[in-house]
Every structure is written in structure tokens, then in C-alpha cells.
Design a protein around this ligand. Structure first.
Ligand code: PEP
Length: 251
């Protein structure tokens, strides 16, 4: 039975005071022993204060990115070890804004996945097609490439700390959500690719989250799909009430 996860990606939002208040409200709303895993991913400078605000709660801390390097002359980068020391359990890798706005390559994403897992983090690996790729019928080819290139070389133990987030690029921050059927079709395909490349056991245990304009209204339909194991939530994670409603939709 795959454990469900709802993670909030705050992106480059919140002041320090807002971040503390949001983390505190999420922690209070989630309670002591939720039946679903919950995480929040604030901006880098707020990781330590948010870790403080979450102390003693069931809500985990995640980073929105991670360096592929352990230390050294990499201005602006933050290493996996630093994230662990700051209190992170998760690191998001390969978010579409990093792939398409910053220009991260499949090869860099593979290095980041390895570096984060080798350091002991859990990884939320994002993948998904652009609208042009969907319109040209290239979805399956894109998933095949992203699954193969990002996950090559992982051990079985490392697969145990991996979560995939299917995030169609056309649905991120656009208010346009995939339908439950579209999400199920994509998740089933991604799981089948993982099975053919890395084995049935790894594929059947791998949580696959849906991300892309999830709201309290759309969450229950998406999360009811058999291959949808929770969500990666952007805009709707910035208000505690809405985010908690999405968490409840999994339960
Ligand atoms: C995201 O950035 O991971 C995301 C899913 O954003 P939104 O929910 O705002 O579309």
C-alpha cells in the first residue's frame, strides 16, 4: 500500500512572518498523526525558521531545489547536506520552472537526484509535458525520456525515498487542471515506464503525485484515481485553509 503525500510548494512567496504563520497554521491543522504525509517547501532563507515553526508537528520540511554538488565554489547553490542540516526531509528536483525557465537539463536533474538521495534526502522528482508536446502527441515520448534520464543508476533503497510528481506544464500556475481521467492516464503510463525500466516491485511502491492548479474543489476527484497518490500544490498551498482542505481530500 503506497503512502499518500501532499506537499506545498511555496515558490518565491511569503515574507518571513507569513512563512512562520503559514507553517504554524498547517502544523496545527494537520494534527499529531495524520493518515497522509504532509510537507511544506518554503524559500531557502525561510527553511530554518519554518523548521522551528514545525518542530514537534507531523509536517515535514522540503526544499524547492538542491545542488548536485556536495560543497565548494558554486555561488548561489545549496548542497543536500545543508538542506538536511536545516531540517529538510524532501527536496523537489526538476520542477518545470527550473527545467523551462532556468534551463535545467535532464542530465543535471539526474545528478541532482543522485546527490540528494546519496546524502539521505527524499526526492520529489517533477516531470510533465508542455502543451505543444501534448498537442503533437509526444507525451509518452517525453515521459519515457524524463523517467529514463532522471532515474538511471538508482539503487532499490534509493527508489524507496523517491516520489514522482506528474505536473503537466500547461497546468502549472495557469488555473487549468488536468481532468481526473487525464491525470490517471498519465500516472498509469509513468508507472508502466518505471516498471519496464526498473521493475514491477519498484513501480508498484512508487508514489506518484499530481501537480498543476490543484484546488480544494478539484483535489478529491484527482486523488480518487488509483494511480494518483497525493499532490504537489503551488498557489493553493499559500493559504492554510485551502491547503488543509486539499490534505483532507486525500483522506
Ligand atoms: C507547482 O508549482 O508545483 C504547482 C503545482 O503549482 P500550482 O499548483 O500553482 O499550479
Amino acid at each position: 500500500m503506497r503512502r499518500k503525500l501532499v506537499a506545498g510548494n511555496w515558490k518565491m512567496n511569503t515574507t518571513l512572518a507569513e512563512a512562520r504563520a503559514l507553517a504554524g497554521a498547517v502544523a496545527a491543522g494537520v494534527g499529531a498523526s495524520p493518515s497522509v504525509d504532509v510537507a511544506v517547501c518554503p524559500p531557502y532563507p525561510w527553511l530554518v525558521p519554518v523548521a522551528d515553526a514545525l518542530k514537534g508537528s507531523a509536517v515535514a520540511l522540503g526544499a524547492q531545489d538542491v545542488s548536485a554538488e556536495p560543497k565548494g565554489a558554486f555561488t548561489g547553490e545549496v548542497s543536500p547536506g545543508m538542506l538536511l542540516e536545516a531540517g529538510c526531509r524532501y527536496a523537489i528536483v526538476g520542477h518545470s520552472e527550473r527545467r523551462h525557465v532556468i534551463g535545467e537539463s535532464d542530465s543535471l536533474i539526474n545528478h541532482k537526484v543522485h546527490a540528494a538521495l546519496e546524502a539521505g534526502l527524499h526526492v520529489i522528482l517533477c516531470m510533465g509535458e508542455t502543451l505543444a508536446e501534448r498537442d503533437r502527441g509526444l507525451m509518452e515520448r517525453v515521459f519515457q525520456r524524463q523517467v529514463y534520464s532522471a532515474l538511471a543508476g538508482l539503487t532499490d533503497e534509493q527508489f524507496g525515498r523517491l516520489v514522482i510528481a506528474y505536473e503537466p506544464v500547461w497546468a502549472i500556475g495557469t488555473g487549468r487542471t488536468a481532468t481526473p481521467d487525464q491525470a490517471q492516464e498519465a500516472h498509469a503510463f509513468v508507472r508502466a515506464r518505471v516498471a519496464s525500466l526498473y521493475g514491477e516491485k519498484i513501480a508498484s511502491g512508487l508514489p506518484i503525485l499530481y501537480g498543476g492548479s490543484v484546488t480544494p474543489d478539484t483535489a478529491a476527484g484527482l486523488f480518487a484515481q488509483p494511480d494518483v497518490d497525493g499532490g504537489l500544490v503551488g498557489g493553493a498551498s499559500l493559504k492554510a485553509d485551502g491547503f488543509l482542505a486539499i490534505v483532507r481530500a486525500v483522506v
